[in-house]
Design a binder for this molecule. Structure first.
Ligand code: PLP
Length: 362
């Protein structure tokens, strides 16, 4: 628990007094050399564990070849990633950016352009990112209040869907909002409302996507296909990348000049992402479901796949600190909610070890 290097950072985070210096599979090492089992994975980002050999080798090889060209040109990793994601989706075209918020910004612009409408219907309790557009459709007043006025046209609740609606934007599992999965019935209702009003259905799979739900996309678990999805967190195992995938069945919307990103589709990030997508196979998805059942049973947790949470009487911060002092990193999703987003590659032994620490702490 030693902060060894002075810092000059704006105080946007209430940071813990620890500096991590190394990651190794499901483990983190701090500046004093202490090891921690990581059931947080950088908020569902390090999906294959720290320094997984496949994305590591892919990123290293790409670092030796080409770091960047303008998006006015093509690169192989970006092209390959778009095809791999299209195959997983069942036919879709990609726009690449660098984060979840940017992916949702792209989705909002796409929906406006494709429909000629301006309203986006999201849900109370939702989280779609911190940029002004993404914050506008985030249904958490506390995160918004200091930054009003936001982008007009945001509505909350399916009851707001109308002929003005460009898109319904939903997280299959509300992550930051407390880990609340949508039911298949709710999602079907959203699909029917979108179809009935000529609106698009966009799923924000920034946290649920890339295997975390037990399927590649959470919508596959819930049985309702969207017109578009956004991805980011787990896509490149820790390198920054985000994506908007637009279904081949939905309008293309964008024309050249409508949207862009200097760094979007970065070759190194996309090379790592290709390796991540290849690693999400049936065996790993079965492992996600097995681990999920283990945690759900042992902790009476809710969620989907390895996006899990449970409520505690004690403040989540106290539970997190007690676990940390025993060498276990966990997260929160609200003042009395513990969130677990371990690497999908967490072993059964590691899961058992984590559960024994949690039992002690709780
Ligand atoms: C984390 C998250 C975002 C924002 O992603 P950033 O990369 O932090 O911009 C958006 N939507 C969901 C569902 C998220 O979990």
């Amino acid at each position: 628990m030693t902060a060894t290097v002075a810092s000059k950072l704006l105080p946007t985070y209430a940071r813990q007094n620890v500096t991590f210096v190394e990651g190794d599979g499901s483990w983190l090492v701090d500046a004093s050399g202490a090891r921690y089992l990581d059931l947080f994975a950088g908020i569902a980002v390090v999906a294959l564990g720290h320094r997984h050999p496949a994305p590591l080798a892919a990123a290293q090889a790409q670092l030796e070849r080409l770091w960047h060209v303008s998006n006015l040109y093509s690169t192989e990793p970006m092209q390959e990633l778009s095809v791999k994601l299209s195959d997983r989706f069942g036919g879709a075209s990609a726009f690449f950016c660098n984060s979840g918020a940017e992916a949702n910004e792209a989705a909002i612009k796409w929906a406006r352009k494709a429909t000629g409408r301006t309203e986006i219907v999201a849900l109370d309790g939702s989280f779609h990112g911190r940029t002004l557009g993404a914050l506008s459709v985030t249904g958490q007043p506390a995160k918004r209040a200091a930054f009003e006025p936001l982008v007009p046209g945001a509505k909350f609740g399916l009851g707001q869907v109308s002929e003005q609606t460009a898109a319904i934007l939903l997280e299959p599992v509300q992550g930051e909002g407390g880990v609340h999965p949508l039911t298949p019935e709710f999602l079907s209702e959203a699909r029917a409302l979108a179809d009935g009003h000529g609106a698009l259905l966009i799923l924000d799979e920034v946290q649920t996507g890339v295997g975390r739900s037990g399927s590649f996309f959470a919508w596959q678990e819930l049985g309702v296909k969207p017109d578009a999805v956004t991805l980011a967190k787990g896509l490149a195992n820790g390198l920054p990348v985000g994506a908007l995938l637009v279904s081949d069945d939905a309008p293309v919307g964008f024309e050249p000049g409508d949207h862009g990103s200097t760094f979007g589709g970065n070759p190194v990030a996309c090379a790592a992402a290709c390796a991540v997508v290849d690693a999400i196979d049936d065996a790993l998805l079965a492992h996600v479901k097995e681990l999920s059942a283990l945690f759900v049973d042992a902790l009476s947790a809710r969620g989907l796949g390895l996006l899990l949470a449970f409520d505690t009487e004690r403040p989540a911060g106290d539970v997190i600190a007690a676990a940390f002092s025993r060498g276990l990193v966990i997260g929160s999703a609200g003042p009395n909610t513990i969130r677990l987003t371990p690497p999908l590659t967490l072993s059964l032994d590691e899961a058992t070890h984590a559960l024994s620490i949690l039992k002690e702490v709780l």
